[in-house]
Design a protein around this ligand. Sequence first.
Ligand code: CP3
Length: 361
Amino acid sequence: MCEHAGVGATIVSVTTARDPRLADSAFLKAARGETPQHTPVWFMRQAGRALPEYHKVREGVAMLDACMDADLITEITLQPVRRYGVDAAIFFSDIVLPLKPLGLDLEIKPGVGPVFANPVRTLADVEAIPDLTPEHVPFITQAVQNLVAELGGTPLIGFAGAPFTVASYLVEGGPSKEYAKTKALMFGAPDVWDALMRKIAGISATFLEVQVNAGASAIQLFDSWAGAVTPSDYATYVRPYSSAVLARAGELGVPRIHFGVNSAMLLDQMGEAGADVVGVDWRTPLEYGIDKIGPERAVQGNLDPTLVFAPTGVMLQRAGDVIEAGKRAKGHIFNLGHGVIPSTNPDQLKKLAEFVQGYPV
Ligand code: CP3
């Protein structure tokens, strides 16, 4: 296992030389608001259950064990790049992964999601969670190094969970519909909430630093469940902590994507929190999203993920509408408006990727 020379708990400069072919990356150009040769495309959750080759390598291996094995991470991350020829890879892991090597009793249950045996509800619970250091996650550094060597001119997106979304799993103990316990803590015990959100912000920022220092070319901060709060509560209880993560990521000099679901009312703030690209979920008309995000930032999205179940012609026509709408933005990265649904036929995604890349800019 490699030594992390120079990669301490504090920020150091990027240690891995980037592949010179990345200068031509359509994904990176669009993320920076430059004009790419074609509209770049990748799919949230492109690695995983829609792919038969994923099921094959995951046979008998628990999700979190797969996420802590550098060879499996590398293989699973590369699978959708090989199959779809997408313009970016996304690191195979999970938003809750860093909490496992920190010693929390965590499981990712198939068909359910992350489950914590001991939910976090008090200041003592928060204080018992250690801070993350690169030494906790050597398999991440190793996997990213393997990946950037294999990917060459295709950029690797590193990611982390935003504090609110990770907090929702920690406080509820698992997935939730109403986030009642999470919001009870937020409204009722602001000091505990502040401590918890600071703790997670530090963990997520370090998780991103490890990935970028090992060679990732961009990052995405997933605040999938941020749409559960009003804009004013977002400003008070959520945004400052996401901003802290994005500020630390900003020091690494890579483009930052910020995404949430049901986020129409929050898109302006999600940009102002410190993103270069704001992800728009599929329920929000892209034109509306672009107006709300403004001319300073690029956008990512936002085809309804169920359109892959429509006839190919219908899916592609709707993809064309998304590309046309995206032309008004500072930059546009094509994506689904949330993750790939596990029952998706990969042949449809392949046709979708080819269509987007061949569409006149
Ligand atoms: O291809 C990729 O996008 C990279 C991999 C990735 C996973 N999780 C793998 C995974 C990423 C980026 C995530 C992020 C993640 N994890 C989010 C944010 C993205 C989003 O969808 O909004 C969230 C909310 C989680 C928490 C989580 N982990 C959920 C809700 C689930 C699904 C539960 C289920 O089984 O339906 C997981 C498990 C998970 N994460 C799987 C994968 C491939 C499925 C586990 C398996 O294959 O057994």
